[in-house]
Design a protein around this ligand. Structure first.
Ligand SMILES: Nc1ncnc2c1ncn2[C@@H]1O[C@H](COP(=O)(O)OP(=O)(O)OP(=O)(O)O)[C@@H](O)[C@H]1O
Ligand SMILES: [Mg+2]
Length: 237
């Protein structure tokens, strides 16, 4: 479904963030993208979503194929319409707008079936039902994370990418987020790529895993083969 081929990306024409990266993700897979701070995880996800130019980033070599079509130099809106959604780190949404308005805004370019998807989002995150009229800025970190995942579902993606969804969450919230990811994969048949530093829970549900270090893939193996010890070696370089 998704193939990164020898992908290299820079910021400001100088800072190398990705260096000849090969990653592939088949339809229906959950792929874990692991790596320490600054490894290149966010850059990789933004490259796929077409968002690097907004950070003065640029793809300088290689290709990104989504269902055999190159995504290079395509606008993020075009990429979104093709069925790719990115839940960025930082839980970006409109903090001054209500939960309902945020979910509505997310479905703006994907209006067909929006009311059914709203029901679906509320069934995944039942607390949102009681908070539809609350300003997003008043939600807790965990609640916000679920709102932004809900906003991604409103875009009806076939490929969902999540950037460090567990960052700063309590263990119970991490559990809820990963339960939701697993349900979306199982029930909605979504293909999912999750970037995290290390989350044992992610390795339990992933079917494939890559480890990035300084912009390069340094390990690619089934999650069952990624032991804590093995990962530590890679992380400590
Ligand atoms: N907007 C930017 N301008 C310049 N350099 C950047 C920018 N964003 C990231 N970088 C650099 O690119 C490299 C990869 O960063 P990236 O954010 O992709 O890593 P990451 O794996 O997502 O890290 P983290 O786990 O901290 O989020 C780092 O060296 C970083 O300093
Ligand atoms: Mg990051």
């Amino acid at each position: 479904m998704l193939a990164l081929k020898q992908l290299s990306a820079n910021y400001d024409g100088a800072i190398v963030a990705l260096d000849e990266v090969d990653v592939s993700c088949g339809a229906g897979q959950i792929v874990a993208l692991l790596g320490a701070n600054g490894a290149g995880k966010t850059t990789l996800l933004k490259a796929v979503a077409g968002m690097l130019p907004f950070d003065r980033g640029d793809i300088v070599a290689g290709d990104i194929l989504f269902e055999d079509v190159s995504l290079l130099r395509r606008h993020p809106a075009d990429i979104s319409r093709r069925g790719i959604a990115l839940v960025q780190d930082g839980r970006q949404c409109f903090r001054q707008l209500t939960v309902a308005e945020n979910l509505q805004a997310a479905s703006f370019a994907h209006s067909k079936g929006a009311s059914e998807r709203l029901e679906l989002v509320q069934s995944y995150f039942p607390f949102l039902r009681e908070m539809m009229d609350r300003k997003a800025g008043l939600l807790s970190g965990g609640q916000l994370q679920m709102l932004v995942i809900g906003m991604a579902i409103m875009c009806n993606p076939r490929l969902l990418m999540l950037d460090e969804p567990s960052l700063g969450l309590s263990p119970v919230m991490v559990q809820s987020v990963f339960d939701a990811i697993e349900r979306m994969h199982r029930e909605l048949k979504m293909t999912i790529v999750v970037a995290e530093q290390t989350v044992p829970r992610l390795l339990k549900i992933a079917s494939d895993a890559y480890v990035l270090s300084r912009g390069r893939i340094v390990m690619h193996a089934p999650p069952s083969e990624m032991t804590e010890e093995e990962l530590q070696k890679v992380y400590l370089n």
